[in-house]
Ligand binder design. Structure first.
Ligand code: ZN
Length: 477
């Protein structure tokens, strides 16, 4: 900001011209003249020295405190304007200030220049921007620069869960929470961009809770009790993996994620689904005990399914099949099997009738939760550990009573085996049978999932006898 103004230069030139005129009109060598000449030289010299060694400048003060110097008022104003523009630029707005800014002209010595710097403005000037606060269920969550940024954010978040395509006709989209905005005046640091807020919305509100390990707990069971995934529980406990032993009474961390915003959508979707092939086993006495041989390879079929749905974020809450069209039939796999080593038949009696039931495990896996009272709640079945998409089978032959969405059970199948005996298979990712269909023992009827009230993939298996839940372990061997 060390600048000579045009006036200073003019002044120097003018003084030099005057001196020349004086010398031309006066005879030389007069002592008077010599005195004038010497005095004149001294005057000009000191004047030139004054002009050369001082400059005009403008002192800028913020609320009475000097913050630095600029060459003139205009450049001071420009500097502050640019500062406000730069402060708002990342957010696409111009910042403003309510501070009292004053400009006072002064002269100062060369080298004595305290130029107004951005750093000083950063320290002394209070800047604000007009933002838009987004509140979810009356709780302020983020501040964005403009209303249109809020709209962009909400649309981008919706787009994650709801995509309108030819195969997905979306009828309604809304939020479960109350979404409101209001204008606020804040410091630029309090304002986030659309990209930053979208990232935060996607991550959700993460809150840490403590959990005390109970008898019979496993990582999986803790996840299930807390409506979390095993991987999520493990992530909150660095160093732990599924095989890490848990001690009763030990405290572990649960990093629970609560979505800020829930997108509710309803519509009609058309999807192509695989029809898994059935496996038919035929006893072949020419084979050794327990020996098997595939005599016909199976192949999956395909069907087009059209259904109405209601979803909350990424979870399908209800699903109702409107139409199913088989595009390609599945071909059964035929397995020849030698005579069994021992028949799995369990006989039991209840009520007046003598019942016989041979049931097989619908899914091979560890038991994560047993039948009976667990933590004050009655658990009506067995939870068998499985992986998402694992096929499970009918425990014995019967007729499908229902196959579809059933509240907390999620996608669930109920099979009637006659004599008052029913079995239920809950939380499936996919159902492969439909109501009134006859199923054989060991037939694949669904795929393991985590739908309904479930926190990780497993099969909840129930045995119901004459309307009462029974302990499946009494019949499974
Ligand atoms: Zn269960």
């Amino acid at each position: 900001m060390k600048v000579f103004s045009r006036n200073n230069i003019k002044k120097i030139l003018k003084e030099k011209l005057n001196l020349c005129a004086f010398l031309h009109h006066t005879p030389w060598k007069s002592s008077k003249i010599m005195v004038f000449f010497i005095l004149g030289l001294l005057l000009v010299g000191s004047g030139a020295f004054y002009v050369n060694s001082t400059i005009s400048a403008v002192s800028v003060s913020v609320n009475g405190t000097e913050v630095g110097l600029v060459s003139d008022v205009k450049s001071g104003e420009n500097l502050i304007h640019q500062f406000l523009v730069d402060k708002g630029a990342p957010l696409g707005v111009i910042a403003k200030t309510y501070d009292n800014i004053e400009y006072s002209p002064l002269r100062l010595r060369n080298g004595d220049v305290r130029t107004l710097s951005k750093e000083k403005l950063e320290e002394e000037l209070s800047v604000y921007i007009d933002g838009v606060e987004l509140a979810i269920d009356n709780k302020p969550i983020f501040i964005l620069p403009k209303q249109e940024d809020v709209q962009k954010l909400l649309q981008a978040y919706q787009q994650i869960y709801v995509q309108k395509t030819d195969a997905n006709q979306v009828d309604t989209v809304s939020y479960e929470e109350k979404v409101e905005t209001r204008s606020v005046e804040v410091t630029p640091e309090e304002v986030l961009t659309t990209e930053e807020t979208l990232e935060k919305l996607k991550q959700g509100d993460v809150r840490q809770e403590e959990y005390v390990v109970q008898p019979d707990d496993s990582w999986w069971l803790i996840a299930r009790k807390n409506e979390m995934r095993t991987s999520e529980v493990l992530a909150g406990n660095p160093g732990a993996n599924e095989d890490t032993a848990l001690q009763i009474g030990q405290t572990i961390n649960l990093m629970k994620v609560f979505p800020y915003l829930t997108v509710i959508a309803e519509g009609v979707r058309t999807e192509t689904e695989t029809i898994p092939f059935d496996v038919v086993t035929k006893v072949d006495s020419s084979l050794a005990n327990g020996e098997t041989k595939i005599t016909q390879f199976g192949s999956d079929g395909e069907k087009e399914v059209k259904y109405t749905y209601a979803q909350r974020n990424d979870k399908i809450m209800t699903k109702e099949i409107l139409d199913e069209r088989v595009l390609k039939d599945a071909v059964s796999q035929v397995v020849a099997k030698g005579p069994p080593r021992r028949p799995v038949v369990i006989a039991f009696s209840r009520g007046s009738g003598q019942l016989a039931l041979g049931i097989i495990w619908p899914l091979a896996g560890r038991i994560n939760s047993y039948y009976g009272y667990r933590e004050g709640e009655f658990h009506t079945g067995l939870d068998i550990n499985g992986y998402q998409g694992d096929p499970y089978v009918a425990a014995t032959a019967g007729t499908v009573v229902s196959a579809g969405w059933d509240g907390n059970y999620g996608n669930s199948i109920l099979i009637d085996h006659g004599n008052g005996i029913l079995t239920r298979y809950a939380h499936s990712s996919k159902l492969l049978v439909s109501a009134r269909q006859k199923v054989s023992k060991g037939q694949t009827i669904g795929l393991v999932g985590s739908t309904g009230r479930s926190s990780g993939p497993h099969l909840h298996f129930e045995v119901i006898i004459n309307g009462d839940y029974a302990n499946p372990l009494n019949y499974l061997r």
